[in-house]
Design a protein around this ligand. Structure first.
Ligand SMILES: Cc1cc2nc3c(=O)[nH]c(=O)nc-3n(C[C@H](O)[C@H](O)[C@H](O)COP(=O)(O)O)c2cc1C
Length: 195
């Protein structure tokens, strides 16, 4: 791809909008990448409930902001080159829409395009407990190569805070696109005194 590489970032109304904010902040440090942000109406609600940042402050972290209802936006077409897409966090409603090709907003359409163009699509799916409809929809998506990355807590790297846990999840998501984020700690075996 000539010029900057583009990552499409959809934010839907599952809990955990802070993960999207962390990813956007980290992407700002990467001069060779452009972030294309779409925020759903559900996400606007969770952002209001869960975060201290306003929508405007979050949108200011992105290179390009796309309107959820603008189905004619660049990222709605497969001819617009991107390196892939992540929906972070990804609600079960958005999972269902992607799994069934029901593309009635720009997050769903951009995800559909990402699949049809055989580009990496990562969904940071978040709900608990999961019922069999959720699982069936995720299974459909896994069968076409979509990467399902629930924001699971990790303990083996000895996190000291929620920030550390979030950094690990976001670092693993970025890794799917070949992006190395500052602050992501890779496992290199147990500490010497535990060997
Ligand atoms: C505070 C809050 C937290 C929510 N958390 C989740 C969640 O973790 N997972 C989920 O699937 N839906 C969750 N929802 C419900 C979704 O926001 C709702 O289904 C919405 O219609 C999703 O639409 P969207 O995918 O277009 O954003 C939550 C809603 C609120 C208000």
């Amino acid at each position: 791809m000539r010029g900057k590489k583009r990552l499409v970032i959809g934010v839907s109304g599952a809990s955990g909008a802070s993960l999207a904010v962390l990813l956007l902040r980290k992407m700002l440090q990467l001069s060779e990448w452009e972030s294309h942000l779409i925020i759903s109406a559900g996400a606007k609600r969770t952002i209001d409930i869960e975060l201290n940042e306003t929508i405007e402050q979050i949108e200011a972290l992105a290179s390009v902001v796309h309107d959820l209802h603008d189905i004619g936006s660049s990222i709605a077409s497969g001819t617009f080159k991107t390196a892939g897409m992540v929906v972070i966090p990804c609600s079960m409603k958005t999972v269902a829409g992607i799994a069934h090709g029901y593309s009635d907003n720009l997050i769903l359409r951009a995800a559909d395009v990402t699949i049809k163009e055989h580009r990496p699509l990562v969904l940071v799916v978040r709900e608990t407990p999961l019922h069999s409809i959720h699982l069936k929809n995720m299974s459909i998506l896994a069968s076409v190569g979509v990467r399902l990355m629930p924001p699971m807590m990790t303990f083996y790297n000895n996190p000291q805070s929620i920030d550390d846990m979030q950094m690990h999840i976001v670092g693993k998501v970025a890794n799917e696109f070949g992006i190395e984020l500052n602050g992501f700690k890779r496992w290199s075996g147990p500490p010497v005194d535990k060997c």
